[in-house]
Ligand binder design. Structure first.
Ligand SMILES: [Fe+2]
Length: 674
């Protein structure tokens, strides 16, 4: 009997090649087990990183079909963790058995691997395999426990710090994507350390922000710097900026919005009334109601900070551009009385500041709702439920595991350093302090399952015919390619809808997701069971799309769109204007983030926009959890479709002043890891 071991090729300082401890191996066949065999330590002394090692296990009688490999590592001098990719066993008659591992081997008592062919729980016939599956899930449920980190949040992992995490989901020590490291690098590389010392002072004028822009050579952020105050640029960002989910078709004006026909008449270039434009579907709105009544960041007694809950009315003009035509920053009464509506023909300071207020609100809603809640925290719920309910041999475990890589670890780091009390979020953002919890709680109360289904989300906002909406166009192509891949995989393992209903693990998985999202409203429609293959395909597409494409669309453009501070002020230090004609440039500069806060902000968006070393992009699955040919073919088809989508986006972008790349499959990482 010959076994081949393959060690992880990527470098990681968790590994100490050549210092492997004693390893014992047992092969479990359908007829009998081999003896517990000590692998010759001299082999491992030469067992270099990335190498494949082969050795023989002597057996006296035939073992039958090999179904499990068990191994134990006994520590020699110190606990030497190492990573095993997979084990292949060849029987004397030439039969080959694959045992995918892809796990860190630490101080566990015994690691048991099941033969690689994916199987549903109802397909396990022998009591040996059933028992292995049951005990595997039982021990995972002890390792992956739910915890409500803050009341009203999605449930998260029960861990206070990254060091508490189970070895396999921890960051590699050498993982350079770690936020803290990136952040410190940013402060240094961007030359921000000197400016942070001038913490509380305002910038002199808008051009002064250029001082922290000196080291930036990024075409998009430079374009933003040059055009940020143009109305077309302001409107464009609702479609293809970093928070492309706020714009909705407006058929009826909200009660609290005091905008009238007379106010916007000059902006409507078709000669129609506002009522007719509303009816024609040319009016859109961005509504920041979620910020109404939220207590602004009060963590720094020396700097008063403010929040507003703006309405921004947008117009699709006859040139098919989306431009702002009215902004209201207050919500004084249901009838809209007493509210000032700012307009493009107001004096330049009034209009500029009104737009800045919208962008500041947009930045804060982006960070807490679009990005943190609707990608990071939701993906963590999917990840925890997957680890708790799906055995490693389950096809859906094999399908999802690349899409939850490092998600629990990055969120644990965020809870430890970013959104905790006195964390980085408090330093620069108007929604720091108690507002973090308040805003996420509010957003949870309206979160629905259907809003995570990309095509449904587009329909719900009425943006299907919005011109030049590349986020929607590219998102639809990626969603379709992904759905078709998931469908191919589901069909391989589920012959009928009944098979889905009979799969106890998949039913427990969706039920556990429901538990993780228990703070959503009653009508949130997260399914607590799945009846059909179609429902399963949609559910899994939501999991993969949220972790990959949706996160990429709202994460990797942060530096591009948020680095030029006047374009997206992270906080405002003066109250929003209540009347026209009362502000000047001095007031605007005193409203915008001071020097210190601008530096914190810039460092943060720089660090959050980095790809990691050895990033795996959509469709790249070097870890072969699946061993069956039909799945290999499905993966190959998926990769082909993604390449087509990439090419379509590439040729479209050739004709654009600002290329839209965030949803190009070759730039979408597989999982939420930063
Ligand atoms: Fe992120």
């Amino acid at each position: 009997m010959n076994s081949k071991w393959q060690k992880k090729p990527k470098q990681s300082s968790n590994e100490f090649a050549g210092t492997i401890d004693y390893v014992y191996l047992t092969l479990v066949g359908t007829e009998r087990c081999s003896d517990r065999t000590l692998l010759d330590k001299s082999f491992f002394d030469r067992f270099a990183r990335g190498s494949v090692m082969s050795f023989d296990v002597s057996v006296k009688e035939t073992l039958g079909h090999i179904v499990l490999v068990k191994f134990e590592k006994k520590k020699l001098l110190f606990n030497d963790q190492w990573y095993c990719r997979n084990i292949n066993v060849t029987s004397p008659s030439g039969d080959c058995f694959d045992f995918p591992c892809y796990r860190w081997i630490g101080n566990e008592k015994e690691v048991v691997l099941q033969e690689g062919m994916a199987r549903l729980p109802q397909d396990d016939q022998t009591s040996l395999l059933k028992e292995h599956r049951r005990s595997e899930l039982q021990s995972r449920q002890q390792l992956f426990r739910w915890k409500e980190w803050r009341p009203g949040f999605p449930m998260s992992i029960d861990a206070n710090s990254g060091t508490d995490l189970y070895l396999d989901i921890k960051f590699d020590v050498a993982k350079t994507v770690d936020f803290d490291l990136n952040y410190l690098k940013a402060i240094e590389n961007l030359g921000l350390n000197k400016l942070i010392s001038l913490f509380q002072s305002s910038w002199m004028d808008i051009a002064d922000f250029g001082k922290i822009f000196l080291n930036i050579k990024n075409p998009v952020s430079e374009y933003v710097m040059q055009n940020w105050n143009e109305d077309f640029m302001f409107g464009y960002q609702f479609l293809n900026g970093c928070n492309p989910v706020m714009i909705s078709k407006c058929m009826n004006l909200p009660d609290k919005f005091a905008v009238t026909q007379e106010m916007v008449q000059g902006s409507l270039d078709r000669g129609l009334t506002l009522q007719k434009e509303l009816k024609a579907g040319n009016i859109y709105i961005a509504d920041y109601a979620i910020l109404e009544g939220v207590q602004a960041n009060a963590t720094d007694p020396n700097t008063q900070q403010y929040l507003a809950a703006p309405f921004c009315l947008l117009y699709k003009n006859s040139q098919n551009e989306i431009i702002p035509i009215a902004i209201q920053l207050s919500r004084q009464s249901t009838a809209g009385e007493g509210n000032t509506v700012f307009l493009p023909n107001d004096n330049q300071y009034d209009w500029m500041l009104a737009k800045m207020w919208v962008k500041s609100s947009d930045f804060n809603v982006h960070q807490l709702v679009t990005h943190l809640l609707r990608t990071h925290l939701i993906s963590e719920v999917f990840a925890i439920a997957m680890y708790r309910q799906l055995a490693a041999v389950h096809p859906v475990y094999k399908l999802l595991i690349p899409h939850v890589h490092f998600t629990i670890a990055i969120n644990t780091a965020a809870r430890e350093n970013l959104i905790c009390e006195s964390g980085l979020f408090d330093k620069a953002n108007s929604t720091g302090g108690t507002a973090i919890v308040e805003v996420v709680q509010k957003a949870m109360k309206t979160l629905t399952y259907k809003s995570l289904c990309f095509p449904e989300a587009m329909k719900a906002r009425g943006v299907e015919d919005l011109p030049n909406y590349y986020y929607r166009d590219d998102g639809m192509m990626v969603w379709e390619a992904m759905k078709s891949f998931v469908s191919d995989v589901v069909k391989i393992y589920y012959g009928s809808d009944e098979t889905v209903q009979e799969d106890k693990e998949i039913q427990a998985f969706v039920k556990d997701v429901c538990f993780g999202m228990k703070n959503c409203p009653k009508n949130c429609e997260f399914p607590d069971s799945l009846k059909t293959r179609e429902q399963l395909v949609e559910f899994l597409t939501v999991v993969i799309f949220t972790a990959s494409a949706q996160h990429a669309a709202v994460n990797f453009g942060q530096y591009d769109w948020f680095a030029w501070v006047p374009n997206s002020p992270s906080t405002m230090r003066k109250p929003p204007p209540t009347q026209k004609g009362q502000v000047d440039m001095k007031y605007i500069m005193e409203s915008l983030p001071d020097r210190g806060r601008s530096c914190w902000h810039l460092g943060a968006v720089w660090a959050l926009s980095r790809f990691q070393d050895n990033e795996l992009f959509l469709g790249e699955y070097p870890d072969m959890y699946f061993t069956e040919q039909p799945v290999m073919e499905a993966i190959e088809n998926f990769r082909k479709k993604l390449a087509e989508v990439t090419n379509i986006i590439k040729s479209r972008n050739k004709n654009l002043k600002v290329p839209y790349c965030y949803l190009s499959p070759d730039q979408i990482p597989n999982s939420v890891a930063i």
